[in-house]
Design a protein around this ligand. Sequence first.
Ligand SMILES: *Cc1c(COP(=O)(O)O)cnc(C)c1O
Length: 456
Amino acid sequence: MVKNSFLKEKIDLKSPNKNITPVTTSIGSDGKLSIGGCSIEELVEKYDSPLYILDEITLRNSCRAYKKALQKYYPGESLPIYASKANSSVFMSNLISSEGLGLDAVSEGELLTALKGGVPNEKIVFHGNNKSDKEIEFAVRNNIKVIVDNDFDLDRLEKISNSFNHDLEIMIRFTPGIECHTHEYIRTGSFDSKFGFGIEYLNTLFTKISNTKHLKLKGLHAHIGSQIFELEPHKDLGEIMVNVIVEAQKFGHNIEELNVGGGLGIKYIESDDPPSIDEWVKTVSNSVVKACKKNNLDFPTLMCEPGRSIVSTAGITIYKIGAFKEIPGVRTYLSVDGGMSDNPRPITYQSNYSACLVSNPLNISSKNKYTIAGKHCESGDVLFKEIELADCKTGDLICVFGTGAYNNSMSSNYNRIPRPAALLVYDGEAEIIQMRESPLDLLKYDVLPDRFIKQN
Ligand SMILES: *Cc1c(COP(=O)(O)O)cnc(C)c1O
């Protein structure tokens, strides 16, 4: 009996966010799971578990979908910018820039990772609601454009530009007051948000910027949330942002860049049905174009900042099954060798995923329902509540799909558990892009004061 029908669905090559699995997912003649032409079992034999795996073709297809759609639908200049918080590494930075995308960063660490990965400074933007002095100086020194989030940012940038005595281009972030149906924690575009200037404050802000000697208002940014399946909010956003450009003109500011943020959702489970990348870009582009024409405005450079929809579907996590605990009449717990340290999303957002057994991805041989628990000391460390799996036993491997975004980047060492290795797969070859941590690595920053050493 075939149960995991998501493994039988037709794969959308052009818009990976519409699939649960990476586009190269296949089931070999032995009935076992392979990604990027690599047998998952063989990868775990060689690299151990838990294991993060990224599929190169899925990643590149997602990048190209954004680039192509922007070129197709938007008559002005455009640039997709990868939101690196979704998955930040030297490898990701390198791949993104090889596809011609820009990158957004929110810390000195993410900025450094982008530069080391070869992203050109002029394609990087720097976000954050509480940037440190050191981070701002790092960005300015490296000619990276700062997105001003608040007056604190503005005052410091004004001082820096005055001390250098030359002009500094900035973008500003504002909250457009758009509600969207996503989890409350990741809703950022509404009035009650820690990010950005309130829309009602913008006229004051325009005057403030006009009164600086060297700050040049180059761009406008807004981001309304994440894992969004509706197109309407982004259609509204395009229009609202163009209206702000028109308003800014009255204060003498010529805004040339319009950055609509990210937020396009992906398919985690079978009932999810996000728009395609093409549809999303078309909606945003049409809305900006229409509003520009109405206001007789030159087309600004259109930027968007996808994170999840670039990297999530490309990523899977492999776990090994250990202990079983059956509570008769209640449930059966099956514990795996990772959990909330490598994927904190279920415990944080109650987020859902799809999974299968690596040795038997399709064939559900019985109606076993399991609760898949992590190995951490929290009762809430549960990756799946009640999932149907084929018959399985200790030592079998489980593949969780859609883990490319906000897993590795949000991972921790809770319970002093080392982070997994990460691999890139392409055309039957696997390469390491992140080494597995060891328990000893975790002691590297521990310090015992001298007098305690003497005592013992
Ligand atoms: C998180 C974030 C993004 C990316 O959001 P996704 O939902 O992953 O596409 C883009 N821009 C900003 C400012 C963000 O905070």
